[in-house]
Design a protein. Sequence first.
Lengths: 234, 71, 254
Amino acid sequence: MRASPGSEASLWVLFRGQLRRDLKLAFGQPSELANPLAFFVVVITLFPLGVSPEPGVLAGMAPGVLWIAALLATLLGLEALFRRDRDDGTLEQMVLRAQPLYLPVVARMLAHWMVTGLPLTLLAPVLGGMLNLAPEARLPLMLGLALGTPVLVLLGGVGAALTVGLRTGGVLLALLVLPLFVPVLILGVSAAELAGSGLDPTGPLLWLAAGTSFAITTVPFAIAAALRIGVETG
Amino acid sequence: MSFDSFGEFLAMGGHGFYVWWSYLLTVAVVGFVLIWPLWRRRRFLAEQRGRLRRADALGQQAEVESNAPEA
Amino acid sequence: MKYIPDGLRRLWHRMGSPRWFYETTGSWVPWLAASAALLLGVGTVWGLAYAPPDYLQGDSFRIIYIHVPAAYLAQAGYMLMAVCGVVLLVWRMKLADMVMATVAPVGAAFTFLALATGSIWGKPTWGTYWIWDARITSVLILLFLYLGIMGLRRAIERPEAAGRACAILAIVGVINIPIIKYSVDWWMTLHQPATFSVTSAPAMPPVMWIPLLLNVLGFNLLFAVSVIQGTRTEVLLRERRTRWVTDLCRQERA
């Protein structure tokens, strides 16, 4: 049975195909995969060197340092998010296809999160241990990153889509998306801090979860609209 | 009147420095916000006039889309 | 659309025409400017010289008469940009893009003014020029959002693409502003340094708030004058190849 375009089955096939292709491409270039992670580790190494190796001091700033490093590592991968698709014409095909752009965009963001946000989340407790992060804070930190990094990737995706054809992309992209990252940073850090001082971190984590659901449902539309601009007017 | 003399008015109860700096800054920003569009307009008109004059001197039609859409 | 009366619809379509905007608003500017000058003159003189000093802060509170209007316009300007963004994306109205392009630097200027006056006011009140207070921090982030929009517009060469990109960014930003504001407020309750609470002052007497109201209205009109003038210039720049603009330039020369 052949699914007609727009039917549920065909959309699912589209989504899966996009996801598989994106993951295959990402794993085809292990260096691009490893770079944000290496950056994450290096930035965190700088803090004991630059601020203080004192375990007490490190413990106090560990949640903030880990989150800011995660923010910057996410930012690093964004510039390349749609560049290759644009260069080889895939983006144009995506936009001109009959099916809604929403699903391929979600698939693309999901793939990107799986190769950036997810490894960062898994790596965070190890680095947290090196920064003397309180053991109770480890799980809230991971949960916070697991819930927060998708939002970072999605909001970053808007910035990446808006700047996709521009020569001055990088710095501008940081200026566009970093202010939007503020709520995620605040909520994620305070979940870890609350847990670290023996309090209940559920509140900020629930807010983060709400933010993630909201972002997943709405932000891909903005990304799709931004991608359309580049293709239709460019 | 909240002040007895002009000197007291300038002193602002010891806070004159802060109050007057704020107001000075406001005048500067408001001045910029009001003058900048006018300055841009003036520069545009000067440029455009020069362009039209050159086109007229050469006896050419200035580069114009006569029925440009307006919506 | 069929429920909208014909007259209103015609007005909406006419408003979409940059030329109509240029020709209609020219005569508004002197009136708006005069009213702004009157309101600001009365409000500022009243606020600076006639309002009684605050019982806690003394005369430094007189900064409020410029700080509050500036902070208000900083936020209102962003809202206006987002509304223009929606109009541009939904109805493809070019005029909305021109307004949006004009509002960005004006709004950023008022955001800067709100931050600067707030910072100067902070010195006599809190003893320091900068403090990571919730409101100051939110306004600082608002300034970054403005700078982002201005940067994006400068970076994209084709004006049509730039306008639509800025519209999307403004809409994403405006949805985020309350979230940012809420999260920053909440962050402050965790890190409260406890010494300052300007807001706990008792309600202002009329002799103090009437000049504030006058100044807020005056600043609003001032903002309108700047945006109208800026948009008129923007109209000329973008329509410079059309017959009516070249005719206008010839007339101005004669």
